[in-house]
Write a new protein. Sequence first.
Length: 354
Amino acid sequence: MITYIPFLKIKDNEINAIGELVPNVRKSICPFFDYPFKPKLDATVFRDNVDRFARSFDRHIGRDNEFYLDNYDLDDALTVGQTHNYYFLLDSFSRFPLIPVVSTDRSFKHISAVSDLKVSKVIKNNVIAFRATPEIFEEYKVVRGEIDEELGSIFSQFEEIDLILDCRICSKLDSASTATKIASFSKGFCSDHRVRRVVVTGSSIPASVGDILKTQAERVVQRQELEIYRATKAIHKHQSLIYGDYTTVSPNYSDLDVPPEVLQNVMTAKFTYTFGDSHFFIRGQGLKTKGRNQYFKMAEKLCSQEFFRGENYSSGDQYFSEKSRGVGKNCGPNTVIKPSVNTHISYIILDQVF
């Protein structure tokens, strides 16, 4: 039974984080993957990355379980030859049981890509997802006609719809009022359509960690996305209301378009760890000035916290524990993503009470 939807960027570390989950955790999730934003993304780079990520899916995740696949962060003008980027993305992953994603803020080309691939039976799944962000789920009756006009035809090609209510970065949203809007929109949408599940998601993590803490600092940040979900659940009794979040990676994450030598000048060491209703952030100093050895000391501090769950909890926790003892290679900005995501997902399934 699916009880949690982790929203991830479709990158090697996130794919590997899913692959390292223990079986009982893995079977309880349905991941939602977005292709990450990158300034001036080149079509050749996009094509090669998609091909590589699809192969990585085969190795680390397999072809048995559903997942959502979206291009929310991509420029609609991006094409591979004459092929729209979403058509190429869906077609490249067509050997997997993917769930395509549509919305009223997507182009005709995006919608046509899903429709054409469904008609040709390249997309075999009979479920489609409708993704509504705050400006869309503000009031259902205002956008009801637009939904019917733009998406009614494609909805009819699928047997069921998964409604995704995506708050994006929600740290400044009021949980009660946001939940009221979500519940009202969901009730209206569900009365008009065959809805399989309703997913409420969001994140309290900004694109830059510098927005929440300075260097050489620690901070605990409340997971407002969890409060919004709880408030929604209290007033909306849909038979399949499911919690989602962006794990430990911001919805507004983007691949930096800078050379590696420049990256060292702008990146600082950091860890993110989820416990209770919060995220724990610990930030070091610049990688160029203080190097990567600082990760070992930071891991030692993380693992000394009373909320650290121990190295046997997940592969992510084992990673942090090993680094706290100076075991293995130095960490880096990319290598810490996999363990953070892995232990977050494990915690949500094994211990979190919604």
